[in-house]
Design a protein around this ligand. Structure first.
Ligand code: 5GP
Ligand code: ZN
Length: 216
């Protein structure tokens, strides 16, 4: 397995179709094996990007830069969710209908806040060597979600949000990677039902939850 595969995107952003944003500090890419319906990665262009994230994020400048790009990626994910699943609000419906429509209300009902449906963070023990932050929808509906570890690595403390950094020397988060996170029970993020280690059954359930979630 190639653990250096993410290096190519920052080395030559223009060579890759998966790169959807590029600036001086970072690129934002599409995950090649998305674990939910929208799954992006933010890759900093820092010379610190081969350090473990706990060490890399000791640099306040890098941390500040990446937080800006994670916010950008969150908006990209939210827009994509809205495009995929959103219902058109009154103001977005084709103009032609306006002739026959009633007077529009002064205050339009607020659309769904897709920003609330997004999770972000780094894995306590990343499998890929180049520093990357996950920014993804939280429903975990994907053909690439095959093993229980795929689910649990995003819905347990194994996913560490950027707000936790920089970590104190004695922060217990430093020990998360040694814990039994990948053998813990599968617990539905939405209804909290426990599926033990029954991944096949859980996948069926996640599909049902996805269906309701997208229409909330
Ligand atoms: P980690 O467990 O290291 O935090 O996650 C690495 C992520 O990189 C995984 O979500 C995986 O699907 C993704 N990934 C692995 N190889 C590639 C690749 O070559 N290109 C892209 N775009 N994503 C990759
Ligand atoms: Zn559920």
């Amino acid at each position: 397995k190639d653990r250096d595969g993410l290096g190519a995107y920052t080395a030559d952003p223009f060579a890759h179709e998966r790169v959807i944003f590029n600036n001086d500090t970072s690129v934002i890419i599409q995950d090649m094996f998305p674990k939910s319906s929208v799954h992006l990665l933010v890759l900093p262009k820092s010379e610190r990007n081969l350090l473990h994230p706990f060490v890399a994020f000791e640099d306040p400048e890098l941390l500040a830069d990446i937080k800006v790009e994670v916010e950008r990626a969150k908006k990209m994910v939210a827009n994509e969710l809205r495009r995929k699943y959103g219902k058109l609000s009154k103001s977005e419906q084709p103009r032609i209908q306006a002739r026959d429509a009633d007077e529009p209300p002064d205050v339009l009902p607020p659309g769904r806040d897709w920003m609330k449906e997004i999770i972000t963070g780094i894995h306590a023990v990343p499998s890929m060597n180049h520093l990357h932050v996950h920014v993804m929808s939280r429903e975990m509906y994907s053909d690439h979600l095959k093993r229980s570890a795929h689910y649990n690595s995003f819905h347990t403390p194994f996913l560490v949000p950027l707000e936790k950094f920089p970590l104190a020397k004695d922060d217990p988060i430093r020990l998360v990677g040694h814990g039994p996170w990948h053998t813990v029970d599968l617990v539905c993020w939405r209804c909290k039902r426990n599926f033990g280690n029954k991944m096949a059954k859980f996948k069926v359930h996640l599909a049902e939850e996805h269906d309701e979630w997208k229409r909330e």
